[in-house]
Design a protein around this ligand. Structure first.
Ligand SMILES: [Zn+2]
Ligand SMILES: [Zn+2]
Length: 202
């Protein structure tokens, strides 16, 4: 049984930077962007901001969430998207879940709190992962230990057909599905998808 480990290290801050390491909104920072014309720039490579949702911000016009970043710093994410799209996002964003925001940039809001604007709900730009940031790391670690069962750490002998997470036997895999694998499978599939991308290219 050979499950492939991930080639992408989600602890690598070049690809998963903290909120203070991403560019300012609208700023053609040469580390992140190529300026193609006077009013157009393209990312030079990929980066993804991981944030954990703490709660919905009340009294805002657009769907806005209080979040915390990888280092525990707190800021906001606001969705600048059309009203018909609001329900989709609001349904999926829950406290404790992680938002993965590709090509994230930051703004300061009126009260000086940092704000990350999201202007598209395209799946390759914004993802809601149904677990906290720590669990995203733990899932990545399990994927990188292909010889150990993801549930009980015994030697693995089979893997999930969807995400490739290793398990010792079918009983353990079935039990773990109810406990955590149902949501972890979604996250593991996303990590595998990301791992197949070349993050040095746009
Ligand atoms: Zn097991
Ligand atoms: Zn799975």
């Amino acid at each position: 049984m050979a499950t492939q480990a991930l080639t992408l290290d989600i602890r690598n801050t070049r690809y998963f930077p903290g909120v203070f390491d991403i560019p300012n909104d609208g700023d053609a920072h040469p580390e992140f962007f190529d300026v193609v014309s006077r009013d157009s720039m393209l990312p030079r490579r990929r980066w993804c901001l991981l944030v954990e949702i703490k709660m919905h911000s009340e009294g805002t016009l657009r769907p806005t969430y209080e979040v915390k970043g990888v280092a525990g710093d707190e800021f906001r994410v606001a969705f600048y998207v059309g009203a018909p799209e609001f329900p989709t996002i609001v349904d999926h964003c829950q406290p404790g879940y992680t938002l993965a925001i590709m090509f994230a940039a930051r703004n300061a809001c009126i009260d000086d709190k940092l704000l990350i604007p999201v202007r598209t709900l395209r799946e390759d730009i914004i993802q809601v992962l149904p677990c906290g940031i720590k669990e995203v790391y733990s899932i990545s670690d399990k994927m990188n230990s292909p010889t150990l069962c993801a549930a009980c750490r015994k030697p693995s002998s089979l893997k999930c057909g969807r995400c490739g997470l290793p398990f010792c036997d079918a009983v353990c895999m079935k039990e773990n599905w109810k406990v955590e694998h149902k949501r972890q499978c979604v996250v593991a599939q996303k990590l595998r998808e990301w791992s197949a991308l070349d993050w040095e290219k746009f």
